[in-house]
Design a protein around this ligand. Structure first.
Ligand SMILES: Cc1cc2nc3c(=O)[nH]c(=O)nc-3n(C[C@H](O)[C@H](O)[C@H](O)COP(=O)(O)OP(=O)(O)OC[C@H]3O[C@@H](n4cnc5c(N)ncnc54)[C@H](O)[C@@H]3O)c2cc1C
Length: 400
């Protein structure tokens, strides 16, 4: 999740009350007052010696938004589906639906998908649902792809475009993708391993005075590019944040807001997607393509190109800008069933580990940076920043 997303989510309540159409129209929008209440919040053992992995990934950002057009090379139709910035998992089903519709124009019996990340796998599964035989060609399968190094939050407009570079009809297209995806995640809720689940997310603010009307203070972002913000268009999909009564949480006298967010346990979710693909007769072939005409020589004459950041080199598409992101992984704690935002640090407890990452600097953080080498000092820093939150948790010293 980006800092600006966080800022936008904090603003979500007022936007939702502003009359966004959709589910909200039939929802009973009651004030968000909460009575005396103590949520169960287990302490995170935030110690640097418990960091068991540091992962780095490059978001494939395009100022104009993802590439979804088609081109023909020889007799092969190529449908592009790449460049989803920090929103690839979140928009995957919606984006894949658009791509597969274009791919099915002449009802091909066989479809090739290039890439086995979030976009490739979901496109492949959607193509199978049309009755087509699908082969994925890629140089890495999901656990090795950049997609598997994502946080796992529903962040559909995180670094998805620049407001002044996206086409006028892109916001509506984005909304269609976000709504389609959101609905698709419904089928993965409640499955073994919790591939997709709802969790509480606490935004914790040090000694912040609560203002009349319950406005949450926005986090400061140093964005110098005008990253598009579309979340207001789908504000009806997710619950509004709530201000928790002072002293009702173990975070002491800090101000605490609670959101309920959709998240992806990417290890389980990815495994589920791979299994679904193979069980439906999907085939996988290891290939490393160096030029588009190699793809045009595949036996399938309809190809969906889901190469993510790889498209920059393969398709010589310099509109794909890398945006570096790093996650420090703490050993999983099943009793920690929530996400957290504190001092520009984003925390998400997943089944395969507790992900801790810095969002300091906002959407410009990592912009244009191709360095995929882990930064140990940054990993130590993020864990050290959140550690004081858990000292003296519940009145006693945290069992660190
Ligand atoms: C730190 C971080 C956190 C993130 N958190 C979130 C989040 O919480 N929610 C969210 O929605 N998004 C998040 N994202 C963004 C998300 O990870 C990306 O948008 C998404 O992974 C892009 O998926 P993809 O399938 O397009 O690309 P990739 O995962 O990179 O997959 C590309 C595929 O193409 C193949 N390929 C590429 N080039 C070639 C070639 N020449 N020949 C053969 N195969 C090739 C690769 O092997 C791979 O299989 C995050 C990103 C980062 C960096």
């Amino acid at each position: 999740m980006s800092a600006s997303l966080h800022r936008r989510r904090l603003l979500q309540t007022s936007l939702a009350l502003g009359g966004v159409a959709g589910l909200q129209a039939c929802a009973n929008i009651a004030p968000t007052a909460i009575g005396p209440y103590r949520p169960t919040i287990a302490p995170i053992r935030a110690r640097t010696d418990r960091i068991f992995d540091i992962t780095v990934c490059l978001r494939p950002f395009r100022a104009q938004g993802p590439r979804l057009d088609t081109e023909t090379i020889g007799s092969t139709l190529i449908v592009h589906n790449y460049g989803h910035g920090g929103s690839g998992w979140s928009l995957s089903w919606g984006s894949g639906t658009i791509a597969v519709k274009k791919a099915m124009t002449n009802s091909p019996r066989e479809i090739a998908v290039i890439g086995c990340g979030a976009l490739g796998l979901t496109s492949a599964i959607l193509a199978q649902k049309t009755g087509a035989k699908v082969t994925i060609y890629a140089r890495e399968q999901l656990p090795q792809t950049r997609s598997s190094r994502a946080t796992g939050s529903f962040t559909p407009d995180s670094r998805i475009a620049l407001a002044d570079k996206a086409a006028p009809d892109f916001p509506a297209l984005w909304e269609e993708m976000a709504r389609t995806s959101f609905k698709a995640f419904r089928s993965y809720l409640g499955l073994p391993g919790n591939p997709v689940q709802w969790i509480d997310r606490y935004s914790v603010i040090d000694h912040e005075p609560v203002r009349d009307g319950g406005d949450a203070p926005a986090s400061v972002s140093s964005d110098s590019l005008d990253f598009a913000s579309y979340y207001a268009r789908i504000a009806d999909l997710t619950p509004r944040r709530q201000l928790l009564p002072g002293g009702s949480t173990p975070f002491g006298d800090r101000t605490v807001w609670r959101n309920e967010d959709l998240m992806f346990n990417i290890a389980d979710y990815g495994h589920t997607l791979m299994t679904d693909f193979f069980m439906a007769g999907g085939k996988f072939e290891y290939r490393d393509f160096h030029a588009p005409d190699e793809i045009a020589r595949l036996k399938e004459k309809v190809v969906i190109n889901c190469t993510g950041y790889g498209a920059r080199q393969l398709w010589k598409d310099e509109t794909v800008t890398p945006v570096r992101g790093q996650i420090a992984w703490l050993i999983p704690q099943p009793e920690v069933n929530y996400g957290l935002y504190y001092k520009h640090i984003n925390v998400l407890s997943r089944t395969d580990g507790i992900c801790v990452q810095s969002l300091e600097g906002g959407d410009m953080r990592g912009y244009g940076d191709t360095n995929e080498t882990p930064d140990c000092a940054e990993a130590d820093h993020v864990v050290t920043v959140i550690a004081p939150l858990f000292a003296g948790f519940g009145g006693a010293k945290a069992s660190t």
